[in-house]
Write a protein that binds this ligand. Structure first.
Ligand code: OXT
Ligand code: ADP
Ligand code: MG
Length: 575
């Protein structure tokens, strides 16, 4: 029934979801259609949104997560109920672990039936399942609450420590109608979604005093620092203090890896020897050996190495999570770094010359050793000779985005391929997760318009490989390079029983992944030498055509788990 106060026009749940997203500047959806969200994808496209359809929801979810990391706006992943939702959930959980803002929106089945467990189509209590795996989870039951639901999801994803948010939209909601004018008024344009968090002045002073007293200071840049987009101030902080810095994997390029203060090439030395370490958007988790033990110069694997820590992080709870933080600096990185810069002024004393000299000597020795290894051209091609090519290509195309997963294919790429710009290296992150490759590549190309180079282990690629069709369908400038060594870590394991099954880590030998790309109209190249690889990569960058290069790598060249062999449990019992 309409009254005088109402307009004649109606709107519905589908429309309100689209309007709420657009009102908040969100114009891209990564998803996979089906009941009950097929019409939502159609109508979103009709309303001018970019709707990127994937072949599996995990890849759409990974795309949303990395879009969030690159843009500071929550990436949206849209899925169907139960199985689609579960497929997206790994990505949501991974986004939360990595502090990337995203919103997983899943359609869900009829509440009354789900709650009585009467066996609805794709029945599942999705909200309850999502809750422990993400930063926040909400459900909207009424069309007039869609505006609030989306506003809450956006705020939860991007404010404070960013993370993944689940938004449950039951099928019935989409079809609900309401007065169009009232619907419009119910929407919320979120004001200041990620408010700055200014650090306390005494905390800034404490940090500066500790830094001033250091004789062997070190700055550690993590992906939180890259996310913060405070690039110029971070660079100024490093250059004005003259302190050597170490970039975590995804912070590579925040300052060019060729910067003279980078200590990346002498990681073990600086971690063990530093006396004061300032963490900027990096956690003391497994990737940093929990801030203690032999890596940090401790006597045994759990012993403190004697370092004093300053930690800049937006999350107060991160402090003391592994070792004592002497100077916690809680706030957003932009605000913290500019407060430090104000305190540092223009005549800050550089670190003692003997520390800088010791770091530089070791670094230059390692760089020279690496240059020697890279100059070799063995047959068959190995990780080093192939990556020497990738290194040159990125140097010549610093705008290109590098996606990277695998074990050896990951670890060698990280240390060999220099990055020159912020947020250009996207990889397996905090979990060391396989399967991010094609989702990240699609989103990186869609969000930035820049060429994407994905360096993939052959196992890693398999987790999301079907998305090469997606890459072809949207004609994205993605060049996938598969480091094909016939398996997980190596292709040389044998079945000790002599039985017909191959070893668990071994794949079909000599597989031709390039033909997979050709099946969808992309360019497929089989490369067995660095020269062939170089030609194919140069052509891919020039043409911007979807390309997959099957780079054949010596199957004996890798090691178990790459650089993290020691994490494999070793039983004292003899095999
Ligand atoms: O200072 P030192 O002397 O120590 O030297 C260091 C640097 O100083 C130096 N360096 C340099 N030298 C010269 N020049 C330059 N420019 C330079 N830069 C650095 O080099 C060394 C090393 O430097 P780095 O790397 O910085 O230091 P280090 O000590 O390695 O750092 C420690 C870490 C922990 C920070 C680092 O190693 C790191 O970031 N590691 C991440 C590891 C990771 O996440 N790995 C992925 C997981 S492995 C495994 O779990 C895999 N799975 C299981 C699986 C997973 N993950 N997920 C799912 C959903 N299911 C299953 C699988 C299935 S990997 C995998 C597939 C593997 O097979 P593939 O075929 O895909 O791959 P291949 O192995 O290629 O076959
Ligand atoms: P890495 O793996 O590179 O070491 P982590 O993911 O472990 O990085 O750490 C990133 C840290 O950055 C998290 O603790 C997160 O709370 C923090 N962070 C993310 N964004 C910001 C920001 N804008 N300001 C301050 N800290 C941030
Ligand atoms: Mg492999």
């Amino acid at each position: 029934m309409t009254t005088d106060a109402q307009s004649q026009e109606l709107t519905d749940g589908f429309q309100l979801v689209i309007d709420a997203l657009k009102l908040n500047g969100i114009n891209t959806i990564f998803g996979l259609p089906g009941i009950p969200i097929t019409d939502l994808t159609r109508r979103a496209q009709a309303e001018g949104m970019r709707v990127i359809s994937f072949r599996h929801e995990q890849n759409a979810g990974n795309a949303a997560a990395i879009a969030g990391y690159m843009t500071q706006k929550p990436g949206i992943c849209l899925t169907v109920s139960a199985p689609g939702f579960l497929n997206g959930l790994t990505a949501l959980s991974n986004a939360t672990t990595n502090c990337f803002p995203m919103i997983l929106i899943s359609g869900s089945s009829e509440r009354e039936i789900v709650d009585l467990q009467q066996g609805d189509y794709e029945e599942m209590d999705q909200l309850a399942i999502a809750k422990p795996l993400c930063k926040a989870a909400f459900r909207v039951l009424h069309a007039e609450d869609i505006g609030v639901g989306i506003a809450r999801a956006i705020r939860a994803a991007v404010s404070g420590r960013p993370g993944g948010v689940y938004l449950d939209l039951p099928a019935k909601l989409f079809a609900q109608t309401m007065d169009a004018e009232a619907g419009k008024k119910s929407l919320i344009k979120v004001v200041d979604p990620a408010p700055r968090q200014i650090p306390a002045q005494d905390a800034v002073q404490r940090a500066l005093e500790l830094l001033k007293r250091a004789t062997r200071p070190l700055i550690l840049l993590g992906k939180g620092a890259a996310y913060a987009q405070a690039d110029a101030d971070i660079r100024a902080l490093i250059e004005r203090t003259g302190i050597p810095y170490l970039p975590m994997s995804m912070a590579k390029g925040l300052l060019p890896d060729t910067h003279e203060q980078s200590a990346a090439a002498t990681r073990s030395y600086v971690l063990a020897e530093a006396d004061v370490v300032m963490l900027v958007g990096a956690r003391l988790n497994w990737l940093l050996s929990h801030g203690k033990g032999k890596t940090w110069g401790g006597k045994d694997h759990k012993d403190w190495g004697g370092q004093r820590f300053i930690q800049i992080d937006i999350s107060p709870q991160e402090m003391d999570s592994n070792v004592r933080i002497d100077a916690p600096l809680v706030g957003d990185i932009g605000s913290c770094v500019s407060a430090l810069l104000a305190g540092i002024g223009s005549n800050w004393a550089k670190p003692p010359a003997d520390w800088l000299r010791a770091v530089a000597e070791r670094k230059n020795k390692n760089l020279a050793k690496m240059a020697e290894t890279l100059a070799k051209d063995p047959t068959p091609m190995n990780f080093h000779s192939a990556l020497n090519v990738v290194r040159d290509i990125i140097k010549a195309n610093p705008d290109a985005i590098l996606v990277n997963e695998g074990a050896n294919a990951l670890d060698f790429t990280r240390s060999i391929v220099d990055m020159y710009q912020p947020r250009k290296r996207l990889d397996v992150g905090t979990w060391g997760i396989m399967g991010i490759g094609m989702g990240y590549s699609v989103a990186a190309a869609v969000v930035s318009g820049q060429p994407v180079i994905a360096i993939e282990g052959d196992s890693a690629f398999g987790f999301s490989g079907m998305e090469v069709e997606t890459i072809c369908r949207y004609n994205l400038p993605v060049c996938v390079v598969i480091f094909n060594n016939n398996g997980v870590y190596r292709g040389t394991d044998v079945n000790p029983t002599g039985g017909p099954d191959v070893a668990p880590t071994v794949f079909v030998k000599g597989a031709r992944y390039d033909k997979l790309m050709q099946a969808f109209g992309g360019v497929g190249v089989h490369a067995t030498t660095p020269a062939e690889l170089r030609r194919a990569m140069e052509e891919a960058i020039r043409s911007r055509k979807p390309t997959l290069i099957n780079a054949v790598i010596d199957e004996t060249a890798g090691t178990e788990s790459g650089r993290i062999t020691s994490l494999n449990p070793q039983s004292a019992k003899k095999k």
